[in-house]
Design a protein around this ligand. Structure first.
Ligand SMILES: *[C@@H]1O[C@H](CO)[C@@H](O)[C@H](O)[C@H]1NC(C)=O
Ligand SMILES: *[C@@H]1O[C@H](CO)[C@@H](O)[C@H](O)[C@H]1NC(C)=O
Ligand SMILES: *[C@@H]1O[C@H](CO)[C@@H](O)[C@H](O)[C@H]1NC(C)=O
Length: 706
């Protein structure tokens, strides 16, 4: 009797203890800080801000060299062999490229270091001068990192540009930074060559050959003054004529990263080596048991600080990085030849990074797979999912107990195979992750998701949720290399004295806060406020740099941050009420008729309006049920009855979310065409690009306010 009794009681008791312990666990604690008054939090585990991953690693060049020596024979950079490339016709008469990829071929840390040294000497041999800048403009691949580290060995700063930015932005970025050497892949080289002499400062182009593809670019219109050389040739040059390195210091500029601004031309964020190694130091401490056994699947753009930081962290820990691409990630990815393996299945990574849009896609893919199977297997999946969800949202013990093993073996193991079956943690950043998707990944993929919050200006992560934190919707405590501060924003009505939680604008301080915007002192002064200036660098009286994010957050009692609003998206109406556009949109998108929505407000009017992409199935369903005749969906979107129905639905969801009357759109316009990243109306992470939307639909908005 006794053992059985204990057998039941013990787990229950333990579960309760564990639950209360994990609920009350302090993750961030208050700290005194300089600069503007506010409420400041640091990571609970680290009394002092971390600046370097280990002593002596003061720059990314140090870090790389020392890691390569420590792990010389370990696998480092892996690239898949291209076995076959073919064009397949699609149903609408176009063709689509499909590839069959083979195994990963690896460069060891030692070999990668050797290549970086050769590359460094090679571009010097090619004529690149001290003090000049290089640009890297390419998809994510092993050569990217080798070129980057090659540049660093001679203290050349590297300019990066998002591939999705247009031509004008590219010309602007390269011209502003006076880049003389452009390192690019063959796809991007076409763009660079087409621009030709518009790129006034460029003298050299180094191209990375298409994997397994043709070697020579067709090069009718290369400007006479340019030298164009292949990556391999530069390495050969360097091998023949080695040059002594001139290594950077912590204060040297490592990367000038151009990111899209919401208006106008992109801005170049100036990152020092010190900024980057501080990020590596902090993030390395957040991934439990990070080390040489880890395998990371790299496929996000390296021109994005999230990916650059993640790969630098793996390098510092001696792990392996296998390269892939969003189009070849899984067996069912669009570019993978049917029946052959996607990157994840071939690599079996232990760690990955993702943006929420990609995780949403994985979730939808799995749901579709389950629905397609139907029948008993769908029923079992749903039962398993419900059981696991209840367990995770219940006690800590329930989350990891024996029932987990049962469902994992029975149901989820096959789903995990989609990502190779070994992923033990996922890092998500770039945009907020929905609670639903987070749970889905926790359960189906059986892994914790570290949700990060940070900006290019703060060199990626400023806060990061811990792996044993099973809550959703929060972005964790400050990372070990940053302070997070909230300050009052009176106009918006957010104060650090608010109850139940302090709220305010998020200000980030610490060694990863970058120097500012390249050749844009006015903008720099605006968001990196000046307290005192040491050698042109803005710091507070304690020597710390602060970046004003414009995001509004609140601190939970355990020290974790939650993002609740954006300063820019708050508009004052004619009668003085403030409307938070993002908040209202998040409420209204719940209406079944809404696929996407932008709320618009204007200080000259007392009410808000909205344009929205209507959900075709929902709206057509309504029309059929009411016998409304329509010729096309576009036509339906114009119908009085349809607009009225959607407006009523918006009012209903607004009411149940207790929005104020002035927050609910008084007039709306229904659109039949979705907003896509390609049209420039939303970002790759599917966040609204308000400026573009306002410009694009200015006529509609004007009409609504008539
Ligand atoms: C490039 O920059 C120079 C000044 O640095 C400017 O005069 C020129 O107009 C710029 N060219 C382009 C194409 O932006
Ligand atoms: C490295 O380059 C920076 C410019 O980013 C320059 O100010 C610095 O003096 C250089 N450092 C060394 C050690 O050459
Ligand atoms: C607005 O966007 C749509 C599609 O995204 C495009 O067809 C249209 O030309 C754009 N209109 C303007 C005024 O930019």
């Amino acid at each position: 009797m006794a053992p059985v009794f204990l057998g039941i009681l013990l787990p229950v008791a333990l579960g309760l203890v564990m639950k209360s312990r994990s609920d009350n666990k302090k993750r961030g604690v208050l700290v005194e800080a300089g600069g503007e008054p506010g409420i400041t939090m640091r990571n609970q585990r680290f009394l002092k801000l971390l600046e370097t991953p280990w002593e002596g690693a003061n720059t990314l060049a140090d870090l790389f060299e020392q890691a390569c020596k420590m792990h010389a024979t370990q696998k480092f950079l892996g690239t898949r062999e291209l076995l076959k490339k073919e064009l397949e016709p699609t149903s609408d008469g176009r063709t689509f490229e499909k590839v069959t990829l083979g195994r990963y071929v690896w460069l060891s840390y030692g070999e990668a270091f050797e290549q970086a040294c050769y590359f460094a000497s090679g571009i010097v041999a090619l004529g690149h001068q001290k003090g000049e800048r290089c640009a890297i403009f390419s998809e994510t691949r092993a050569d990217w990192i080798i070129a980057l580290q090659g540049c660093f060995r001679h203290n050349f700063s590297v300019v990066t540009v998002y591939a999705s930015l247009g031509e004008e932005a590219l010309v602007h970025s390269l011209n502003e930074t006076e880049v003389t050497t452009v390192i690019c892949d063959q796809k991007q080289m076409k763009k660079v060559l087409d621009l030709g002499t518009k790129l006034e400062t460029v003298k050299r182009v180094v191209y990375m050959s298409e994997l397994g593809g043709s070697q020579d670019p067709s090069n009718e219109h290369i400007p006479d003054s340019w030298t164009v050389e292949s990556f391999e040739e530069v390495i050969n040059l360097g091998r023949k004529s080695p040059v002594e390195p001139e290594l950077p210091t912590a204060e040297s500029v490592a990367v000038i990263m151009y990111t899209s601004g919401s208006t106008g031309l992109p801005k170049g964020v100036v990152m020092t080596h010190g900024n980057m190694v501080a990020t590596v130091a902090g993030v390395s401490k957040l991934v439990p048991e990070l080390g040489p056994k880890d395998v990371y699947l790299a496929y996000l753009p390296l021109a994005h600080v999230l990916e650059l930081a993640a790969e630098s962290v793996i390098c510092a820990s001696g792990g392996a990085i296998g390269y892939g691409s969003p189009l070849t990630l899984t067996d069912t990815s669009s570019k993978i030849k049917k029946g052959s393996k996607g990157d994840a299945a071939e690599l079996s990574p232990t760690l990955m990074a993702a943006v929420p849009a990609i995780l949403d896609r994985v979730r939808d893919g799995v749901r579709k797979m389950v629905d397609a199977k139907g029948g008993l297997s769908k029923t079992i999946f749903e039962l398993a999912y419900r059981r696991r969800l209840a367990a995770i949202e219940g006690s800590w013990l329930g989350a990891w107990g024996p029932e987990k093993i049962l469902w994992d073996t029975l149901v989820f193991k096959r789903i995990r195979a989609v990502l190779g079956g070994r992923v033990r943690g996922m890092l998500s950043g770039g945009a907020p992750l929905s609670g639903d998707t987070q749970r889905f990944m926790n359960i189906c993929m059986g892994m914790p998701i570290g949700q990060g919050y940070g900006l290019t200006e703060t060199c990626a992560g400023a806060s990061f949720s811990e792996w044993d934190d099973l809550t959703v919707g929060r972005v964790g405590p400050p990372v070990p290399h940053c302070y997070l501060k909230l300050i009052n924003w009176e106009e918006g009505g957010y104060r650090i004295t608010d109850s139940p939680m302090p709220r305010g604008e998020i200000v980030i301080g610490g060694p990863s806060v970058t120097l500012g915007y390249f050749k844009n002192q006015a903008k720099t002064d605006e968001v990196y406020k000046i307290f005192s200036t040491i050698q042109y660098i803005q710091v507070d009286e304690t020597g710390m740099r602060w970046f004003y994010t414009g995001d509004i957050g609140q601190f939970h009692s355990d020290g974790c941050l939650e993002i609740i609003d954006r300063k820019k998206d708050i508009v004052k109406l004619q009668h003085g009420e403030y409307v938070s556009l993002g908040k209202v949109e998040a409420v209204l998108i719940v209406s079944p008729y809404v696929d996407n929505i932008m709320v618009h407000a204007d200080p000259f009017h007392s009410y808000v309006i909205a344009i929205l992409v209507a959900s075709q199935p929902a709206l057509e369903g309504f029309a059929r049920s009411k016998d409304i005749q329509f010729e096309s969906f576009e036509d339906l979107c114009e119908k009085e009855e349809a607009i009225k129905e959607v407006l009523q639905s918006l009012q209903k969801v607004a009411k149940s979310a207790r929005l104020e009357k002035f927050e609910v759109p008084a007039k709306i316009k229904l659109l039949s065409e979705p907003w896509t990243p390609e049209s420039g109306l939303v970002t790759a992470a599917l966040k609204l690009k308000r400026e573009n939307l306002r410009k694009n639909f200015s006529d509609e908005l004007k009409k609504l306010y008539l």
